[in-house]
Each structure stands twice: as C-alpha cells, then as structure tokens.
Design a protein around this ligand. Structure first.
Ligand SMILES: C[S@@+](CC[C@H](N)C(=O)[O-])C[C@H]1O[C@@H](n2cnc3c(N)ncnc32)[C@H](O)[C@@H]1O
Length: 487
C-alpha cells in the first residue's frame, strides 16, 4: 500500500468503528478479514493509527475544533498525523494526494489547520480537565468522587497501553515452568507483582502460536481478573456458580484453584459467549465445568437451585471503565442511559444470584468498572436490602496475608486500579450468607457429600440443554488479546 492508501484505510476504518456499537477490536477483526490483500505491515500501521485516534479522540477533537476542522474521522486522522505521528506540514499533501486509493486532497481549511497544528503538543494546560485527562466528561465527577487527588495519576495510567498478562494453568504446570517454556520461544515474561499464578509479558506480542498457549499451560488474563478469582477462593470439592461466566476467564481460573474437583456451573444469558469457553476448557484440561444458558437472571433454574452453592461469583456486566486502557473506544460510547440500565441490571443479577448461596457460603460481586454507582453503591444497596441474610467479608482476611498487604487495600473491598496496582480497574466484594431467606438453616452437608448435590438439575423440566463441550470455533481472533480473553 502507498502511505496515502494507508491513511485512507485508517480514515475508513475509524469511521466504521465510530458508527458501530460493537467494540473496536471486533470491528477491526471483521474489517481486516474482508481485506486479506492488506499485508501485515500495512495492517500494523493502520491498526496502530486507528487505536491512536481512539485513545486520544477527545484531545484530537479539541485540537481539530480549535483549528477549525469539522468533527469527522478525517479530521481526527489529520490531527493524529500532526500531533502524534509528528508529520510536517510538507508531508501532509503527499498523504492526502487525491490518488485512486488515497484520501482526497487537503482543502484550504485543512491546509490552514495543518499549519496551525504544527509544533503543538497534544496535551495542553488550557484544555478542560476532562480533555487533558482524556476521560469522558460524564465520568469525571464520578471518578473524582472515587479517586480524589489521585485522579491525575489514575487518568495517566488509564491512557497508557495495558500490559499483556498470562495466568499459568496450575492444573497442568507451575508458573516458573511456563515462564521457562515461553522464554525458549522468545517470549519474555516476569511474574506479576501480586497474583501467584500471573506472568506479565515484557512487551506486547502474540503468544497464541506458542506451545505454552496451545497446550493449555497459559491463558491470557489480566492480573486483576486473576485476583478476583482468588477472592472467590473456590476449594477442591466446592459447588460453585459463576453467574456471568461469559467466555470463562474467571471460570477457568477457579477450576484451577479447585484442582478440577467439585463442580462449577458456568451460567450466562449469552449462549455465544458460553460456547467460546469450550475450546478454552478443553485446552486447559478443566473437567469440572458445566455450562448453562439462562433465559434471564431470574430463570427458573436459579429458583430450583437456591441455597446449593458454596461459592457464587457475580462478575457483573458493567461499563468496563476499568478496562478503558484496553478498549479506548468504549469510553466515548458511554451514556447516562447505559449506566442507569447497567446499574439496574447489576442489582437484579446480584439479588437473583444471591439465592444460590448456601448458608455459610460466599457470594462475590465483581465489576471491571471504576464508577461508584456500579461498585460501592451496589454494595451498600445489597447490604441494606439483605441485612438479615448476608454480612460483608473483609478481602484482607480472605486473601493470603502477604498478598493483601502488598495490595494495600484501604477497606474490606478489593478495589484495584491501573495506577496503584498496574492491573485493569476492578472492584470485588465478598459476602457470606448468615441465614437463608426464611431465617432457618438448611440441613448441613458433610464436605465429602458435596459431589452428590444435584446442581445440574435432574429436576430440570424446562427443556434447556446444558451445553456439552463440543468443539466450536471460539470466534476470538488470534491477535485479540484484549477482548474476552483478557478478563
Ligand atoms: C463482565 S462479563 C463476564 C466476563 C467473564 N466472567 C470472564 O471472566 O471472562 C459479564 C457477562 O454477564 C453476562 N450477562 C449479561 N446479562 C446477564 C444476566 N441477566 N444474567 C446472567 N448473565 C448476564 C454477559 O453475557 C457477559 O458475559
């Protein structure tokens, strides 16, 4: 491709992403699949340019508007080329050359804008705070409430590219062995600071071709997500419900802490997401997972299995604001309505999933969000409405002492952020059921009886099949290390 053709492709792809509701990584994968003729170097340039525009969209728009350019993808790319790629005014006409595969020539206004932009820095003291921090205005007050004086540091960390973390699959191997195997294939990784099963790549690179990955010895998973699984602390023999299991990031981590003993019911309303778990389960050698598609959070299956689980994880659908460093497009698509709807859905899911927890069992509510209404406010609401049934546990007492001390948790919740912990932003809180809804204790079961408990529904009369783990294309693009796979 000529440099101009690359620029034209970046403008086109950016336009598609900004008009779509799907996440950018999915749109990009789809767009590239339809253009196999685009070589790998060209792909690399185009994707990098598009991500730079998405990551810096607000600051680029601010400069575009100041320079008199319309709010269009083409303007974003022009400003990106000037302020991020540091092109000179003389180079720009060559990139906008009006050729068959290139973008149309620069207009008079664009030429003047290019001159005005020359030598400017992307970040400026005169930008409003939300622009300078590159955060959506509607999130600013919420994040100030959460982080106070730390917000500048958190904002900076949220703008930096995320590292690639792996979880060593302890069902098959220990962390050091995976690390050595990866090193032999040229992939250098260091132990993550907190998770005892985590490895962090020295630099971003595809790992899906490595023996460690294809033999199921490692999975891509952000360290924060690994820590959420540790807070659940599912033990061998436990009955576990993973209520929003998705493609199984945390399900697989829990299968490992359970040493494949006991059972995990992986539940989700999305059959497609649960299907994506099958290949990962097989690769990981995880044999204690059953998957079930729920019609909705109050599916009759939940009622039939109330008070039956030792551990219930609710990894709730959320704004994903804690993962904005991976999915910068998501922050510009956030609306008040989305937040309102998600908060309502989270409450409904949490209330329903709580019914599954047996007395003495643990409920963990988690999000990858940094917004207080999805986290602290949900916790307060749940405790308030379930005061006679649940008590909050202290994460610092659940996690191993050195880990809890290292995380420096300020309270009983496990609140992680990219600045303090280098992880994605996560919030996780653990509760213990102290009484069943009627206030009467269900019969206690002996530990070694738990495998006998009917968690897969012999009484299942609603005709929904539990998926059987057959091999289905996982739909995750080989280079998609920031999609479901990172959770
Ligand atoms: C944050 S994602 C889960 C990520 C997953 N636990 C992991 O670690 O890879 C949230 C999930 O909640 C599911 N979900 C949305 N609405 C739901 C509902 N009403 N009941 C159960 N799951 C729901 C979504 O399909 C999505 O897979």
């Amino acid at each position: 491709m000529t440099p101009a053709a690359r620029v034209d492709a970046a403008i086109e792809l950016l336009d598609v992403i900004l008009r779509e509701t799907r996440p950018a990584d999915q749109v990009i994968a789809h767009w590239l699949r339809g253009r196999r003729y685009v070589g790998s170097k060209d792909r690399g340039w185009i994707v990098e340019a598009v991500y730079a525009c998405l990551r810096e969209k607000q600051r680029l728009e601010w400069w575009a508007s100041r320079a008199g350019l319309p709010a269009k993808p083409r303007s974003l790319v022009i400003v990106c080329l000037m302020l991020i790629d540091h092109r000179t005014g003389n180079e720009m006409p060559e990139l906008f050359d009006g050729s068959t595969h290139g973008p149309s020539r620069l207009s008079d206004i664009e030429r003047m804008a290019v001159q005005a932009l020359h030598g400017q820095a992307l970040e400026s003291d005169i930008q409003p705070r939300a622009v300078r921090l590159n955060l959506p205005g509607m999130a600013l007050d919420r994040l100030i409430a959460r982080f106070g004086d730390r917000l500048d540091a958190v904002g900076e960390a949220m703008n930096a590219p995320a590292p690639v973390d792996l979880r060593a699959n302890l069902l098959k191997v220990d962390r050091e062995t995976v690390r050595t195997m990866l090193a032999k294939e040229g992939v250098i990784a260091e132990p993550t600071p907190f998770s005892p099963m985590g490895l962090r790549l020295e630099r971003r690179m595809p790992i899906f071709h490595t023996r460690a990955f294809s033999n199921g010895l490692a999975e891509v998973q952000d360290e924060g997500s690994q820590l959420v699984a540790l807070l659940v602390d599912a033990k061998p023999g436990d009955q576990v419900a993973d209520f929003c299991a998705g493609a199984g990031g945390k399900t697989l981590a829990m299968a490992a802490t359970m040493a494949n003993k006991g059972r995990i019911m992986a539940l989700d309303v999305s059959e497609a997401r649960l299907e994506r778990m099958s290949d990962r389960m097989r690769r990981a050698g995880a044999h204690n997972i059953e998957r079930r598609t729920l019609k909705h959070e109050r599916d009759s299956w939940v009622r039939r299995h109330k008070l039956k689980f030792d551990r219930v994880l609710v990894d709730a659908p959320c704004t994903g604001s804690g993962t904005w460093r991976r999915s910068p497009d998501a922050k510009w698509k956030l609306t008040e309505q989305t937040i309102t709807e998600l908060v309502d859905l989270q409450a409904r899911i949490l209330d329903s999933a709580a019914r599954l927890v047996k007395t003495g069992g643990r409920l963990v509510y988690a999000t990858c969000s940094l917004l207080p209404e999805e986290n602290e406010a949900q916790l307060a609401r749940f405790l308030d409405s379930h005061a006679t049934e649940f008590r909050q546990l202290d994460a610092r007492e659940i996690l191993p002492a050195d880990l809890a001390a290292g995380l420096g948790l300020a309270g009983p919740e496990m609140a992680l952020d990219p600045a303090a912990h280098g992880t994605d932003g996560f919030f996780a809180v653990a509760f213990e059921r102290i009484a069943d809804p009627e206030g009467t204790e269900p019969p206690r079961r002996r530990r070694d009886d738990v495998d006998e408990i009917d968690v897969d529904g012999d009484d299942d009369m609603d005709g929904e099949d539990i998926m059987d783990g057959e091999d289905i294309d996982d739909g995750i693009d080989a280079d998609d290390i920031d999609g479901d796979a990172a959770r």
